[in-house]
Design a protein around this ligand. Structure first.
Ligand code: AHG
Ligand code: MN
Ligand code: MN
Length: 338
């Protein structure tokens, strides 16, 4: 008979293996899970506000109905600003760092996040997500958190995760001890362990890329894609299917469970690619590495990159370790020896 494990129980079990843990880290993970429940509730009724004229048009504080990514951002900030667990936050939706407001205490952790990923898909009922990463602060505990606290390399992450708001709401996280998925039971408001110890499948099935940009890719990326499709000169092409949802979290989650690679390469219009390093690529790179996969910018491990700017973009290849390493080999062969 399977145990029923809630995310709180799982976090506490993980904490037990860290005797020095103060509980603040566990509480922070639970705070993020709470924000996820708040966001999930809104995403499942996103289209209804207009149709049913729900009171949601003007919410209880009398604020006008927010766009969902603003709502998600507000939820993450309001759940995490007053707990005394964070020194500072950074979000895709805010230009600068998000300080902890006076007179609230700062804590020892840093939270970076994309509050709503794939937001262009909301109105067409396609899965969207939240991505987050947690660091220990570098700045001293008696001062406000700093930009440097948010620009740490992925090797410093103490936890990372994502939430996918789809046919069900699933929260996947790692604290460096494997990758674990929880499915929300909305009738109880509990995340229940549904995907213990996720491992990147040995057999890949899908490749995910927006092929509309193919004419603007480098020769290496074009050759790599032909290899994936089995129309290159090489004899060892994998026979993969194409799947591209246009929501990074949804594409990543499907490939993590079913096996495959997602890539958003640089192109002549976007020499740095589109996806963001700090709160999209780095947290997912930590997760995929914990599941036995790998993430690269086409040349090196995403986790080795020292961010310079909160919103800097990066070319991004993530998923099955062999497929991502092969992408690096094609780029090295065709693009670096010009
Ligand atoms: P966000 O909604 O947070 O801005 O992210 C959107 C991203 C990502 O979710 C997705 O993989 C990518 O945009 C799709 O971009 P294209 O439409 O250019 O393929
Ligand atoms: Mn995003
Ligand atoms: Mn976003």
């Amino acid at each position: 008979m399977d145990r029923i494990v809630t995310i709180e129980r799982h976090i506490i079990d993980q904490q037990r293996e860290h005797p020095e843990a103060t509980g603040a880290f566990s509480d922070l993970l639970y705070d993020v899970a709470l924000a996820a429940k708040i966001i999930a509730r809104e995403t499942t009724r996103a289209g209804l506000v207009e149709i049913l004229g729900l009171a949601g048009k003007v919410n209880v504080q009398g604020e006008r109905q927010m766009k969902l990514d603003v709502f998600a951002n507000e939820a993450m900030i309001r759940v995490n600003s007053f707990t005394g667990r964070l020194a500072v936050m950074a979000s895709e939706e805010d230009t600068g760092i998000i300080p902890i407001p006076e007179p609230y205490e700062t804590g020892k952790y840093v939270l970076v996040f994309d509050p709503l990923d794939g937001s262009s898909n909301i109105d067409v009922n396609v899965s969207v997500g939240t991505i987050f990463g947690i660091y220990r602060r570098l700045s001293s505990i008696d001062q406000a958190g700093t930009l440097a606290d948010c620009l740490q390399s992925g090797h410093n992450l103490v936890a990372a995760g994502y939430v996918i708001y789809g046919s069900s709401t699933v929260l996947v996280y790692t604290t460096g001890r494997g990758v674990h998925g929880f499915t929300l039971d909305p009738t109880m408001g509990e995340f229940l362990l549904s995907h213990p110890n996720i491992q990147s499948p040995t057999q890949a099935r899908y490749y995910s890329v927006n092929q509309a940009y193919e004419p603007y890719w480098s020769e290496g990326v074009k050759a790599y894609t032909r290899w994936l499709q089995g129309i290159g000169d090489e004899s060892d092409s994998p026979a993969l299917s194409g799947r591209y949802i246009g929501s990074l979290v949804a594409d990543f989650h499907r490939n993590l469970l079913s096996g495959g690679i997602f890539y958003y390469p640089a192109n002549t219009n976007r020499p740095e690619g589109k996806l963001r390093l700090v709160y999209e690529a780095i947290p997912l790179a930590f997760i995929v590495e914990q599941a036995g996969g790998y993430a690269s910018d086409g040349h090196r491990n995403i986790l080795d990159i020292e961010p310079k700017d909160l919103h800097q973009r990066t070319p991004f290849f993530i998923g099955d370790r062999g497929l991502v390493k092969r992408a690096e080999a094609f780029i090295s062969k065709y693009d670096e020896q010009k």
